[in-house]
Design a protein around this ligand. Sequence first.
Ligand code: IVH
Length: 660
Amino acid sequence: MEEVRKRAEELRSLLNYHNYRYYVLDSPEISDSEYDKLFRELKDLEQKYPELITPDSPTRRVGAPPLKEFGIVRHRLPLLSLDNAFSYEELLAWRKRVVGILKKEEFDLVCELKMDGVAVALIYEGGLLTRGATRGDGWEGEDITQNLRTVRSIPLSVKDGSSFEVRGEVFLPREGFKKLNEEREREGLPGFANPRNAAAGSLRQLDPGVTAHRFLDIYTYALGWSERETPPPDHFSALALLESRGFKINPYNILCSSIEEVEKFHQRWKEERKNLPYETDGIVVKVNRFDFQDALGSTGHEPRWSIAYKFPSKEAVTRLLDIGINVGRTGNLNPYAILEPVSVGGVVIGSAGLHNEDYIRAKDIKIGDRVAVHRAGEVIPEVIGPIVSERRGGEREFAMPQTCPVCGAKVVRLPGEAMHRCTNAACPAQALERVKHFVSRGGMDIEGMGEKLCAHLLREGLIKNASDIYFLSKEDLLNLERMGEKSVQNLLLSVEESKGRPFQKVIFALGIPQVGEETAEILAHEFENMDELALAAPEELSLIPTIGPKVAGEIVSFFRNEGNLKLIQKLKEAKVKLSQEERRITLPLEGKEFVFSGELSFPRKEAEEKVKAQGGRVGSSLTSRTTYLVQGKSPGSKLRRAQEEDITIIDEQEFLRLSG
Ligand code: IVH
């Protein structure tokens, strides 16, 4: 029994160590399967001898039963929040106040990244994690111990058996956030607006089993109270102490001796934070020495010895004035947010796509709402969600129109589809989008054919669809407003030039629903010319990898449409190239020369024919052009020479494989 107890202890300490290597240091020493093996061994032992289970056993992270509600924890020392600085001037003003109180010009400052997550306090008693809580109102928080135990980078025990409180920020790395939202989307649940909300939501799960699957992580940033003879003299040493106890400390923390260095740190991370695997919203600056911190004290909710120096916000709040509809190329009704213009990171946003009706419902967006907006991937304007608490009662639910806002035709939503569609193929909005798509960069790339000109030509009746572009005359164009001799000439030149675009570009330009640039390329590869493609049966199309039945169906119905066939006929008349380039077929052994030495199990002549049939050559002696020496039974001197010359030597079997 003593031996079993010792083994269990050994396993626990091994597993805790490897857990630390993996989750805290991010540098594992053993493979996942080796870890799992040790884990299973411990689990089995504990199952057989439950008396061996300790509270810090790595098997005890997950498995606590769900709660009915969270208990309340009163913090021994309040968890303060931070005052903000939004500019270097405000940072300097903060420093001036500090200098005024300390009566000192020189003092060290610690700079840390400001993690965008949820503040928590962890209490260790006699070295064991006994309690974990949210910040709450600063004085009282919620007891989320069971959930925090599932965060793998939080140690369940520390070696020196001390009692103390540590504070930190629990966050969800971008990758985990992405995965979580994808999973929720698959399950038809609304996604979280940002990683912070997702982290908060995950920590407030009553079932710790759910929290355990959320990839949460922590950076600890402060020692709270501590029962220790000599507490560290300053914040930076306190962080080092925490690190030595196995806590995860952000590796980018630095100690600065001047405010200019602080500014440099801020400048650096303002740019580089986008490369971090987690979100940050600023830096936190802290006076290093604890005696200085004490002298500075706090103003109610915020310490005077620290300040959050924020990064320019990439998010803003504005009003959703209305929801507009764009009719797309295939008749899809694309709703978009009409926003009260607002600056986000220096760029004014006035509208943002809203995808479809379900998306608007899932996000609970109402017309008149105050909404949070940002630029997804730092580019595309996106509505994150409404600020529900700011509703005043006058907000309106959005409903898709029953008729097309452009042509008035009936709107339908087909079963299984997210989009509403205008049923009128002749809808002017669709016609414009189709022409725009046809002339776009990825399509026929006709320079000088901007949106305005396309719309103008359609309005004037000079074109009805894209193929008419090829029959425009110089006079037609010269009669248009703002078209001079020179621009007409240039335009006609680019129209002419576009006739020779590669087949795949023409396929893409047609605007077949579901056929993007990639699929167009595949189709161009599979079919000699447009007529062949137009005649392809759905079964034939479905045989092509990456083309599913849905896409196949779209292609077939596109080529069954009378109007589309007419358009293609006109492209043909205009001499637009509707076929593949002449493709020279390369044979597998082209450019390869074989020399034989020794006897094969079949006539040499046969071997030579095989090489020629596959495009290769046969040589009689080794030269610099020889690719392979084929070694048969009792080879001659060629073999030795080939070895000396570093020519690849293959045997009969390998030869047969190469020559098919
Ligand atoms: S120190 C008294 N350090 O920011 C100082 N806070 O806006 C207490 N935060 O509630 C906080 N990263 O949740 C500190 N490196 C960091 C931080 C950090 C993120 C959060 C924390 C705090 C909030 C205040």
